[in-house]
Design a protein around this ligand. Sequence first.
Ligand code: GLU
Length: 483
Amino acid sequence: MNKNIRVRFAPSPTGYLHVGGLRTALYNYLFAKHNGGKFILRIEDTDQSRKVEGALENLIRTLKWAGLEYDEGPDKDGNCGPYIQSERLPIYRQHALDLIKNGNAYYCFCTPERLDDVRKKQTELKRSFSYDRHCREIPLGEAEQRIAAGEKYVVRMKVPLTGEMTFEDAIRGKVTIAYKVLDDQVILKSDGFPTYHLAVVVDDHLMGITHVIRGEEWLPSAPKHLLLYRFFGWDAPVLAHLPLLLNPDKSKLSKRQGDVAVEDYRSKGYLKEAIVNFVAFLGWNPGDEREVFTLDQLIHDFSLERVGKAGAVFNVEKLNWLNQQHIRLLSDETLAEMFRPMLEVKGIRISDEAYFLRVIGLLKEKLTFPQDFGEYSTYFFEEPKTYEEAGIQKYWEPETSQRLTRLAEVFDAVEEFSHTAIETVMKRLADELQIKTSKLIHPARLAVSGKQVGPSLYELMSVLGKETVVRRLRAASKAMKTS
Ligand code: GLU
């Protein structure tokens, strides 16, 4: 166990937590917990134009809901705060000035108009925009005079003109990027705010981050960051860039093809356990057949070595399946608390807890979403008001009412009403009537539940109890006869 491992989730609070963000947070969390390290939440809000009211609270709420408790963060002090970048502006400024002093950064006075001109010319030449380094050679003294005279400026990093940067990514392996494709990146903006690149490096260093685990979209930024580490004379953390998230058609996961906010899934009735399990598998797998994992099991098994490079496909069917599996893993008592309000809105109040738990035990295997319970279970608490028409068409024969009356009679006479006893009784009656048992089963299900499908009929009936079953069989026989 390495007690010094420190990782961070560093979202920009732009409104909601994207499932990709949850994956990044989760992998960082799992890596920290697996290695006995610390998981830090840092808020990267240096782009003030993208700020959204309430976004921070929302993000923290969603992370906590998912069970990803951080060790340090905006509302949990370690010794490395503040953990919100907009509260750290003097730190970034000082570091930008240090880079200017040691010749690795420079003041740039280019106006937006001039940069537009440069952009236009480059577009005409069909080149993508990069700064033409117009201010790179302005002597420092001259630059300082211009600033003293009130000229607006930004600070840019001095990327070497030739050579290349090679580094080892923990997931992607060796990555090489030529300096000539890198821009002289702005690191301090004219409003005094740092750009992401400066802030991320300064903070990761000052917060003692040992491993940077983040989405693949940040890979092109990595050489700039590593250059900054070199300029500052600091050791760089290990970098690990996670594979892209893809729609089933292999396009990049986007809002256009479905929900991407964790909250959307939450409000649809996905359990946090299922979402976390699902998201863990977007890029990682345990190397064997197991698919259903609790958070603790994920902590136990997670490693960066088992994170793949290939894009991970977001498959909702899989999420649905996992939701089913995790509903089954919850205790009947936990489910009871989840389901109770769903029944209450239908005017159903539970008077017999033991009976409620038996119903839950019977139905929980059938549920994809918790709210399905509210829909499937009402006949356990009140008489069926109607019988599904399609079922009547399919299963109700002229003799059915009579058969069910007979079944009610037989049930009435038995002592035991276990599912095996019920099965025996029904088979015996079918033999006696010289019909297939299904001729009793389907109409009996309709009669006692009002529905065509549901859990095993014998078990369903034994949970309902003899008296209720007999009463309902008789009621249905009567209703059908007169209809
Ligand atoms: N603030 C960046 C984001 O919103 C974080 C990138 C990083 O982890 O370095 O995704």
